[in-house]
Design a protein around this ligand. Structure first.
Ligand SMILES: Cc1cc2nc3c(=O)[nH]c(=O)nc-3n(C[C@H](O)[C@H](O)[C@H](O)COP(=O)(O)OP(=O)(O)OC[C@H]3O[C@@H](n4cnc5c(N)ncnc54)[C@H](O)[C@@H]3O)c2cc1C
Length: 289
């Protein structure tokens, strides 16, 4: 554990197990002595179910690594101040945001489920190739959501990237919680067994293809969904263009209040996460009009 100038604590865990959950989803079980220093988050009295961490990735390819100064200390936790002095901005560790799918206090481990979305990018590819014992650094967790016990109806929705958070939310709900969880995945092989309260309906939507900008099935399904009046709590996350459309529809057509909704983009088609995060400060990156 180390503290940088901004007092962000950098945690270091090791890959202790690896499990192929479905053809395009890999679980890494991360653990080790660094676990004790992690401050897990709550929302009110309840453990947050959307806790997210910022994994740090240094250049991965041999070509990129060859550009790093000789003798650079890359032991973890990274000394970010020292790295900043020696590296160009684009050489600094890139961050990738991931949900803590489950905290296993007994074994001092966290589970992180990665969508493996091809050969592009850092985190998905890293997870696919990760070796037992390999270390990873991260900041966090942050959080913002836990299902409220008193909510009359829950809407949970998202694509594969939001599936870990949706699964974690469903698991934490009381058996009499009511509502719908809608998960868009590539195809039936990507479904996972989830612990769903008796009062919640679980709907899987199959694209039957990789994600493309033309993908609109989640938005279309939600447009047709009857949402009851009353105390409705919403958790919807996924690809940015989808989220913009869904947010507009939930507010303008379904009359849901902004403050009742946890709704954000988890990624943006055609953007690496660094661009996607930077664009949040520009009109294209904003979910709200
Ligand atoms: C709060 C939060 C929690 C998240 N939790 C999870 C999680 O638990 N599991 C998870 O897998 N993701 C999660 N994500 C999304 C994840 O951070 C992004 O998908 C990230 O871009 C993946 O990094 P990468 O290095 O693999 O790809 P990048 O280098 O960022 O992108 C490379 C290319 O892949 C495309 N791409 C990125 N993500 C996807 C995707 N999911 N499907 C198809 N194409 C993609 C990009 O558009 C880009 O063209 C979360 C995001 C946020 C903000």
């Amino acid at each position: 554990m180390s503290k940088s100038k901004k007092t962000r604590i950098q945690h270091v865990l090791a890959v202790e197990a690896k499990k192929q959950l479905s053809p395009h989803m890999i679980r890494l079980v991360l653990g080790g002595p660094g676990f004790e220093a992690i401050e897990f988050k709550s929302v009110g009295e309840s453990p947050a179910t959307d806790q997210y961490i910022k994994l740090l990735f240094l250049p991965q390819s041999a070509a990129e690594a060859a550009q790093l100064p000789e003798g650079l200390d890359l032991s973890r936790p990274y000394d970010m101040d020292a790295l900043r002095e020696q590296l160009r901005t684009e050489q600094m560790p890139a961050t990738r945001t991931y949900t803590i799918r489950h905290v296993d206090h007994e074994n001092s481990q966290i589970w992180v489920d990665f969508v493996v979305h091809g050969e592009e990018g850092r985190a998905g590819v890293w997870a696919k190739n990760a070796q037992i014992g390999e270390q990873i650094s991260f900041f966090g967790p942050g959080s913002g959501y836990a299902p409220r016990g008193e909510a009359e109806w829950h809407l949970l929705a998202g694509d594969e990237a939001a599936l870990p958070a949706i699964a974690s939310a469903l698991e934490s709900m009381a058996e009499d919680a009511r509502g719908v969880a809608v998960v868009e995945v590539r195809d039936a092989a990507e479904r996972q067994p989830l612990d769903v309260p008796a009062g919640m309906d679980l709907v899987w939507l199959h694209r039957e293809a990789d994600f493309s900008p033309e993908t609109t099935m989640l938005a279309e399904y939600l447009e047709e969904l009857a949402i009851p009046e009353g105390d409705v709590q919403v958790f919807v996350h996924g690809e940015r263009a989808q989220m913009k459309r869904i947010r507009r529809m939930l507010v303008d057509q379904k009359g849901l209040e902004r403050k009742a909704m946890s709704l954000s983009a988890y990624w943006a088609n055609g953007r690496i996460e660094d661009q996607f995060q930077a664009e949040k400060r520009t009109p294209v990156g904003r979910i709200e009009d």
